[in-house]
Design a protein around this ligand. Structure first.
Ligand code: TRP
Length: 363
C-alpha cells in the first residue's frame, strides 16, 4: 500500500518551536525521505473556527503566517501539497456521513475534547461543531487515504477516533478507507515542549513562546530570562534537572556536534547535566550554549522567511494550487464513499435498468 502523509495545524497564531520539535521538523524529513507517495499539509481554518466563532479575522490573518512558517521550515510545494481546509467542501460532506458512525457518548469520552472543553469553559454551551471536530478531523485524514499522521502527542485520541470510524465504515459498507497511524516524536522533550516560563504548554496567551519568526534579539532575551531551577542560587549549588526548562530545551534541540562547535570542554549532554547536578555550573553558561544552538537552528528559517515575505501573492498562489490538487483527491475518495454507501444513483446504470424492468416487465 502507498504510504501517504496528512497533517496540519489550526491557524490561530504564528508557529513556535514547540510546533517545530513536535511535528514540523519531522514533516520536512518525511517529505524529503522519498518514502511517501504523497505529503499533504493542511491549514485547518475550518477547525480553528469551531472555537473562534467570534474571531474570523484572527483565523483569516493567520493563514499566511502558518504558510510562511511551513515554507521557511523547508516544506516544499514541489514535494508536498499545502492547502486550506475550508477550500475542500468534500471534507464537510464526508463529515456529515461519518457522523452516523459515531455516538455522542464516544465523543464525550475523547480526552482531547474533554480537556479542551474544560480549558475553554464551554461546559454546557459547547458548540456542536466544536464537539464534533474529531469527526471532521477523521474526514481530513481519510479523504487523502493517509497512512501516516505526524502530530504532537495531544492528537493521539484524534487518530484513535479516526481509526474507529474507518473500521466501522469499512465493516458496514465496503473497505474503502485506510486506517491511519500517528507518528509522534520519540524524544519526550519534543512531545510537549514547555513554555520559557516552565509552564506545561507554550501558549500565546501565556506569553511564553519562542516563535519561529522571532528575531535573534527576541530569542536572546527569551532564553536569558528562561525558567531554570529556583533552588540553584549560586553557581556552586547543586542544580536540579526536573522541570528545568533550559535542560528540557537542550534535550529537544541539542545534537552531539553542538558540543564540538560551542562547548568542546564537555563531551556530551549527559556530562553537562552531571556537572550541573553536582554544582559548579552556572545557569548563564548553559543558557548561552542553548542560545547558540537555537540561533543556529532558527537562523536559516528566519532567512528563508524574509525571502518569502517579499512575494506574498506567490505564497497564496501555492495554497490555491495546493487546494485544487487536494480537492481532486478528496473528490475521488468521496465518490468511492458514496458508492460504498449506495448513494451514487446516477452512476449506477444497473440500478436504473433494474428499476425500469420492475415497472415495465409486463410490456
Ligand atoms: N487538530 C490539529 C491541531 O489542533 C489540526 C488538525 C486538523 C489536524 N485536522 C488534522 C492534524 C488532521 C492532523 C490531521 O493542531
Amino acid at each position: 500500500m502507498d504510504k501517504i502523509i496528512l497533517t496540519g495545524d489550526r491557524p490561530t497564531g504564528k508557529l513556535h518551536i514547540g510546533h517545530y520539535v513536535g511535528s514540523l521538523r519531522r514533516r520536512v524529513e518525511l517529505q524529503n525521505s522519498g518514502e511517501y507517495k504523497k505529503t499533504y499539509i493542511m491549514i485547518a481554518d475550518a477547525q480553528a473556527l469551531t472555537d473562534n466563532i467570534e474571531n474570523p479575522e484572527k483565523v483569516r490573518e493567520n493563514i499566511i503566517e502558518v504558510a510562511l512558517d511551513y515554507l521557511s521550515c523547508g516544506l516544499d510545494p514541489a514535494k508536498a501539497t499545502l492547502f486550506i481546509q475550508s477550500q475542500i467542501p468534500e471534507l464537510c460532506e464526508l463529515t456529515f456521513y461519518y457522523m452516523d458512525l459515531v455516538t455522542v457518548a464516544r465523543l464525550q469520552r475523547n480526552p482531547t475534547v474533554k480537556s479542551e472543553i474544560q480549558m475553554r469553559n464551554f461546559e454546557a454551551s459547547i458548540p456542536v461543531g466544536f464537539f464534533t471536530y474529531p469527526i471532521s478531523q477523521a474526514s481530513d485524514i481519510t479523504a487523502f487515504k493517509a497512512t501516516t499522521v505526524p502530530v504532537g502527542e495531544d492528537q493521539l485520541p484524534m487518530i484513535e477516533q479516526t481509526r474507529e470510524i474507518v473500521h466501522k465504515f469499512n465493516t458496514v459498507y465496503a473497505p474503502v478507507l485506510v486506517e491511519p497511524a500517528a507518528l509522534i516524536p520519540e524524544n519526550e522533550a519534543c512531545q510537549r515542549l514547555p513554555g520559557t516560563d516552565g509552564k506545561a504548554k507554550m501558549s500565546k496567551s501565556l506569553g511564553n513562546c519562542i516563535y519561529l519568526s522571532d528575531s535573534a534579539d527576541e530569542v536572546h532575551t527569551k532564553i536569558m530570562s528562561m525558567y531554570t531551577d529556583p533552588l540553584h542560587l549560586q553557581v556552586s549549588d547543586p542544580g536540579h534537572l526536573e522541570g528545568n526548562t533550559v535542560f528540557t530545551y537542550l534535550d529537544a534541540f541539542c545534537r552531539p556536534e553542538h558540543f564540538e562547535r560551542y562547548l568542546p570542554e564537555y563531551p556530551s549532554l549527559d556530562e553537562l547535566k552531571a556537572h550541573y547536578q553536582r554544582g559548579g555550573l552556572g545557569d548563564v553558561k548553559v543558557k548561552k550554549f542553548l542560545e547558540k544552538i537555537m540561533q543556529e537552528t532558527l537562523e536559516p528559517i528566519r532567512a528563508r522567511r524574509k525571502e518569502l515575505e517579499k512575494d506574498i501573492p506567490a505564497v497564496y498562489e501555492i495554497l490555491k494550487k495546493g487546494s485544487e490538487t487536494a480537492r481532486e483527491t478528496a473528490a475521488q475518495t468521496l465518490s468511492e464513499v458514496k458508492s460504498a454507501m449506495r448513494i451514487n444513483y446516477f452512476e449506477d446504470q444497473e440500478l436504473i435498468q433494474r428499476q425500469s424492468e420492475k415497472y415495465n416487465s409486463g410490456n
